[in-house]
Design a protein around this ligand. Structure first.
Ligand code: FMN
Length: 214
């Protein structure tokens, strides 16, 4: 008989790891060792050819965090203005909560104890297969990092907005030109006490067996 898991626990972790933007503890430092534990777990994620071309930049220096936060904000302002306009045009009200929490994250980003930027050696160039393998060889590790963080009472949020200014971030952090940043996640202790599964489309609705169903 194979090894078994506590399904209730495992499924709870997988279904309740949410973007944490508001309930980030901005005053309690996150030990570097705890972040290293999460990265250690993330290194078990799959990678094409099992070549782990990963580098993780953990930014916990206040001046550097401010630098990354400023790039994020520069990108965030026009992005959110466009989102707000689109939501108004479509009469959508359910986007208010996510916008409010996104505004908050942008405001406090430099105060979050650590900003983690996963990077991959190389660049996403070539055929669809090559580009897919490039990102597919690092993004699962990023999600594993976030799951490992969540099970350690840390909150994270997948973000990409600072990448609009990838070159500036590269300069700020001394990242070589041959390296690609793929995301950025704030890391802080979570100040809430529970997470709930989010609203998602039904699996039956988005799954087609044996071919596309128009
Ligand atoms: C590729 C990608 C890029 C994202 N970029 C941002 C971002 O720049 N800023 C942000 O606040 N959230 C960002 N998110 C988080 C999403 O908004 C979030 O995962 C989604 O709304 C689901 O929310 P939930 O975790 O509460 O269910 C990003 C998520 C993904 C997967």
């Amino acid at each position: 008989m194979g090894e078994s898991f506590d399904l209730e626990q495992t499924d709870r972790l997988l279904t309740t790891t949410r973007a944490v933007r508001k309930r980030l503890d901005l005053t309690t430092p996150v030990p570097r060792d705890l972040i290293l534990d999460c990265i250690r777990i993330a290194t078990q994620a799959p990678a094409g050819g099992n070549v782990q071309r990963w580098r993780w930049i953990v930014v916990d220096d206040p001046a550097l965090k401010l630098g990354v936060a400023e790039l994020y904000r520069k990108s965030y302002a026009p992005y959110m203005a466009a989102q707000r306009e689109a939501a108004e045009r479509m009469g959508k009200t359910d986007t208010q909560a996510i916008m409010g929490s996104s505004d908050h994250l942008a405001d406090v980003l430099d105060q979050v104890p650590a900003l983690v930027i996963p990077c991959s050696l190389g660049a996403p160039v070539g055929s669809q297969g090559t580009v897919s393998a490039f990102y597919g060889s690092i993004l699962p590790a990023v999600w594993s990092f976030m799951l490992a963080a969540r099970s350690r009472r840390l909150g994270t949020a997948w973000t990409t907005l600072h990448l609009e200014y990838e070159a500036e971030a590269r300069q700020l952090l001394g990242i070589p030109e041959t390296v690609t940043q793929v995301a950025m996640t704030p890391v802080a202790y979570y100040t809430g006490d529970s997470f709930k599964p989010g609203t998602r489309r039904a699996a039956e609705e988005i799954t087609y067996f044996n071919g596309w169903k128009p």
